[in-house]
Design a protein around this ligand. Structure first.
Ligand SMILES: [Fe+2]
Ligand SMILES: [Fe+2]
Length: 172
């Protein structure tokens, strides 16, 4: 870790993280299946952990709270695209908009968080380029976690879900 956080900064981030981790609204993401061996809830918290880890490696001063909240809510679209062909068609490019609408409805998110959610699917959602370092960190962390989930074989699916569930219980 290149950047070290003060105890106060660390506690602030942890408070935000746990407030989402233990939120019944966020719990609904557990019912949304993701790439192999994961669900939207586990996926989003893994992205959040990785994004914060990568942000702390940067020398540049970054908005960690925005990175954290945007990562947790980046896939807050709350529908199963596998269950309906019409949803599947434009899922890749449309779900960031739906996630932002849902997040605005359920949480008090900033415009900066909204813009990071919007750009997390670049280049699939070509119109929304991740312009800031924060946006690129969220976008890249999402791609990396999705890639790792995709590589997971079905045989080890149950084991991996358990492991991932325990991995997200703490932010640091
Ligand atoms: Fe996404
Ligand atoms: Fe994602």
């Amino acid at each position: 870790m290149k950047k070290s956080l003060s105890l106060e900064e660390k506690e602030k981030l942890e408070t935000i993280y746990y407030s989402y981790l233990n939120n019944p609204l966020i719990d609904r993401m557990k019912d949304v299946s993701m790439h192999r061996g994961s669900n939207c809830y586990i996926h989003s918290f893994l992205v959040a952990k990785l994004a914060i880890k990568r942000a702390l490696r940067r020398k540049k001063e970054l908005d960690l709270e925005t990175i954290l909240v945007a990562s947790i809510l980046h896939d807050y679209y709350l529908y199963d695209w596998r269950s309906d062909r019409s949803l599947l068609k434009h899922h890749g490019s449309k779900h960031p908009y739906i996630a932002v609408d849902n997040a605005k409805m359920d949480f008090d998110i900033s415009d900066k968080v909204a813009s990071l959610i919007m750009s997390h699917m670049w280049p699939i959602n070509f119109k929304c380029f991740p312009k800031t370092t924060e946006a690129r960190i969220v976008c890249n962390a999402d791609t990396w976690i999705a890639f790792k989930e995709f590589l997971c074989s079905k045989v080890y699916k149950a084991k991996r879900v358990q492991k991932r569930q325990s991995m997200i219980s703490e932010l640091f």
